[in-house]
Structures are given as C-alpha cells and as structure tokens.
Design a protein around this ligand. Structure first.
Ligand SMILES: Nc1ncnc2c1ncn2[C@@H]1O[C@H](COP(=O)(O)OP(=O)(O)O)[C@@H](O)[C@H]1O
Ligand SMILES: [Mg+2]
Length: 324
C-alpha cells in the first residue's frame, strides 16, 4: 500500500547561525541567528510565499532546505524522509526532486554553455538524441523555441534567460522548486509573464514552490499561503487572502503599506530604518520585533512569544494576538 504523505516538505525548528566577530577578544563567540527555529510545511503542489525585508534570512532558509548550506540545527523532511539525517551519497537521489531558480539568470547560467547543455546538464544516463528531445520539450513548455538550442545565454533578454533557468530546473521533474527572488530583477511586465509561467507549470506538473521574495505584490499573486519573516524568524503564516485582508502580526501590518497603522508615529519608513539596530545575535531576549513595535508591552521585551495557531489556518508569533 502506498501511503500518500500529507506534506511534501516539513521544516522543523530550522536554524542557521553564522559566526560573528565580537571585536573583543575573550568575550566569546557571537552568532548571527540568520535563521532561528523556523518551522513550516508545504503540501504537494502548494506554493508557500516567504516574504520579509532584505537580510531577514529568506535565502538562508531556501539554501538550508536544499542543503546548499548545512543547517546549524533543526530537521527537514521531504516526503517523510529526514534529509537532515542524510549526507553526500544518500542525499543524492533527492537532489533532482528539489531545484532552485535564482534572482540573477545572468550569473546563474554558465556563459560558455549552449542552451542544449545548460538545460540538459542534469539529465543523467540519456543518449544525445533523447537529451535533445527532452530539452526541446521542456523549452516548449516554458515558451521558448527549439531554435535557441545552440545559442549562448548572453544572446537572450533577462526574461528569456529566466525561462532558460526554469527549463533547466524543471527538466528533472522536481516536486519542489525554490524560487529565490526569481522575478525580482525583471521589469514589471516581464515579472507578470514569468509568474504566469510558474502558475502554468504548477498546474501542469504539480510542482510545489517555496516562493521567496521581498515584494509582497508578487508573492500575493502566486502563493496559496504566505510566511512573513523578521530577523530570522517567522512572525506569521496564513492563507494569502486572509493575510492580505486582515494581517494580524504588527510587523505584517507594517509591511502591508495599504493597511493603516493607528499610531501616527509608526511610519513605514521609520520602521524599516530602525530595525538594523537589532541583529539576530545571541544577546537578544523577548520578541525580535519588540524594539520596533508600536504595541509592545513590558512582557514583549522580556519573553519571546511562541508561534501559535489562531484559527483559520493561521499562525502568529505575538502575545497581543489572541489564540482561539
Ligand atoms: N555566508 C554567510 N556568512 C555570514 N553571514 C551570512 C551569510 N549568508 C547570509 N548571512 C547573513 O544572514 C542574514 C540573512 O541573510 P539572507 O538569508 O541572505 O537574507 P534575505 O535572503 O532575506 O535577504 C543576513 O544578516 C546576512 O548578512
Ligand atoms: Mg535573499
């Protein structure tokens, strides 16, 4: 009997700490908690958006899941198998199942390789004719002509290069595609085309996405659910419609510029600037957002709120949002 796993991906208490020079010898090693106890799940075919300001740890989450970097702690399960318990050779069968598309197709595509080899690079044990057939089919899928097979990446526009990068990722028929700012470098009209392509591929191939972006508008369009990150932690996760209609966490409210915040002092601009004061080093206690939060109480500065379910498929990490 085949047991269908409810979750394609399960991330539990993921941590990635980077060593920081303390500047004072003898004062011990300090750690930048780039990712600090991050937990979420992605169902097969689901798109989870991951948003937050630059530097909050989004890329590090993606890289840790794909094991492009080794997590400091926590567990990652793919279809029920704990990837974080595997190394090297044992991890290899999972690699094709999880692919990534980066922000910059200019640097992520080898300029010395023709499209045929770029897109077909990951195909193992297939003869040249079969490889060509598979590459042509996948190019078609992403809206590119087979005529480009023998051309080099520099001959294409940014949007076309990103299509090539997507073709390269999906030729292996992944179940999970991490899109790390995959449309952020593109013009708005081209962004929409690539987003629509990703939505089409999701429907055709049942691929799940971890869709990382600092741009809320882009995330809103493609995601089933959205996780909001702040300084290495998830502050809120909710189905997309509910998050945008009614953000619960004070940080989410601040991020959604359209949502008025009652305190006139609490300007979005000020909020974005003052956050740098608190980095995710090991000195902190309390809620990481407390220093910038207009609603923070004494408790928020001393104690860290847990991420708790508040009903409607939502989770919020804030004492001031009542759980159901
Ligand atoms: N290899 C690294 N060494 C040290 N610090 C890093 C490294 N990679 C990322 N960081 C730091 O971790 C934090 C999160 O970075 P990142 O995951 O790139 O954020 P985001 O993708 O949200 O912009 C940042 O403070 C960044 O400077
Ligand atoms: Mg990033």
């Amino acid at each position: 009997m085949v047991i269908e796993m409810a979750n394609l991906l399960e991330v539990k208490d993921l941590k990635k700490y980077f060593p920081v020079r303390s500047g004072m010898p003898g004062f011990g090693q300090k750690w930048l908690k780039a990712v600090d106890r991050v937990s979420f799940t992605i169902a097969p075919g689901e798109t989870l958006g991951l948003v937050g300001e630059s530097g909050c740890g989004k890329t590090t989450v993606g890289r840790s899941i794909l094991r492009l970097t080794k997590p400091t702690g926590g567990r990652v399960f793919f279809r029920g198998t704990e990837l974080t318990a595997l190394n090297g050779r044992k991890l290899r069968p999972f690699r094709p199942k999880m692919q990534i598309v980066f922000q910059d197709p200019y640097s992520s595509l080898n300029p010395r390789m023709i499209v045929l080899d770029l897109v077909g690079e990951g195909l193992q044990g297939v003869n040249p004719q079969k490889k060509k057939d598979l590459v042509v089919a996948v190019l078609e899928r992403v809206g590119l002509s087979p005529e480009i097979l023998y051309h080099y990446p520099h001959e294409f526009s940014g949007g076309q290069r990103q299509r090539i990068a997507i073709a390269r990722a999906i030729v292996l028929q992944p179940e999970l595609l991490v899109c790390d700012e995959a449309v952020s470098a593109l013009d708005v009209s081209i962004q929409a085309q690539i987003i629509n392509l990703l939505i089409k591929l999701r429907q055709e191939m049942k691929i799940a996405y971890l869709f990382i972006s600092h741009d809320l508008a882009v995330v809103k369009h493609i995601s089933h659910r959205v996780a909001v990150m702040y300084l290495g932690q998830i502050m809120e996760i909710a189905p997309t419609g509910r998050l945008f209609a009614n953000p619960l966490h004070p940080y989410t409210k601040a991020l959604l510029a359209a949502v008025p915040v009652p305190d006139p002092e609490f300007k979005r601009e000020r909020l974005l600037l003052s956050g740098e004061a608190r980095r995710g080093t090991d000195m902190d206690e309390g809620c990481r957002f407390a220093p910038r939060c207009p609603y923070a109480e004494n408790r928020c500065h001393r104690e860290e709120p847990p991420l708790v379910a508040v009903g409607d498929g939502r989770q919020v990490k804030c004492f001031l949002v009542k759980s159901k």
